[in-house]
Ligand binder design. Structure first.
Ligand code: PGA
Length: 251
């Protein structure tokens, strides 16, 4: 099965009417993609977009977060069972914005990963270093540690359902992209780390996305790298043309 995936992360953008127009526009422009296409949409648009993607092969819907408890007195939060009940396929977890603005760490993210899997959905686990860490040459060590803490207590079966997104924080929303070589080098490191823990077969089947200012102009070179299986796309996922073009590069 192909590892290729292009996932959009709409973040806190789009009104429901705009989201509907965006998703419908992309679906009609791309029609039968050969990679998986995922829309990571705001909570309130999940019912609408889940209904839409369920009718179109190759298209999936992701939530951008979940709470880690089953249910209870957590005012304003959304439980994993609620997402699953809507037909959500993937949940983006550990995005750097959640780590930075909401204080999430890998111990917490590990509990969210567990819950997402328990409810039959697939995590898109985000990891990545900030600029000073890269400048100090400690990026592999940091990303390795993030992945170990958040994911390596999973069974082989559970780990096989995880999608990893390497997103160097210095490239997110900045217009600065990692070079294809930088991305490939980190992705190869991550795949080797997975192989050491779970074996070659699982490592070879794991989807590892790159994220951070991916756009039509740089997507092809990034996705051409042997260990870069697609992208988690923020800004460029908010326009029909740019997101469709990125999907076309992956196809
Ligand atoms: P960007 O965001 O493509 O706008 O850099 C990527 C992300 O945050 O997932």
């Amino acid at each position: 099965m192909s590892r290729k995936m292009i996932a959009g992360n709409w973040k806190m953008n789009t009104l429901p009417s705009e989201g509907k127009e965006l998703a419908e526009g992309i679906i009609s422009k791309v029609n039968s993609p050969s990679c998986k296409v995922v829309f990571g949409v705001p909570y309130v648009q999940l019912p609408q977009i889940a209904t839409l993607t369920a009718q179109h092969e190759g298209f999936y819907v992701a939530a951008q977060n979940t709470h880690h408890e089953e249910k209870g007195a957590y005012t304003g939060e959304i439980a994993p069972a609620m997402l699953a009940a809507l037909g959500v396929n993937y949940v983006i977890l550990g995005h750097s914005e959640r780590r930075d603005y909401f204080g999430e760490d890998d111990v917490l993210i590990a509990t969210k990963v567990r819950k997402v899997l328990d409810h039959g959905m697939q995590p898109i686990y985000c990891c990545g270093e900030k600029l000073p860490v890269r400048e100090a040459g400690e990026h592999e060590q940091l990303v390795g540690q993030q992945i170990e803490t958040a994911l390596f207590s999973l069974s082989n079966d559970d780990f096989s359902k995880v999608v990893i997104a390497y997103e160097p924080v210095w490239a997110i929303g900045t217009g600065v992209t990692a070079t294809p070589e930088q991305a490939q080098s980190m992705h190869a490191f991550i795949r080797a780390k997975i192989a050491a823990q779970y074996g070659r077969e699982i490592a070879e089947a794991t989807t590892i996305l790159y994220g951070g200012s991916m756009k039509p102009a740089n997507a092809a070179d990034l996705i051409a790298q042997p260990d870069v299986d697609g992208g988690l796309v923020g800004g460029a996922s908010l326009k029909v043309d740019s997101f469709s073009e990125i999907i076309a590069k992956a196809n």
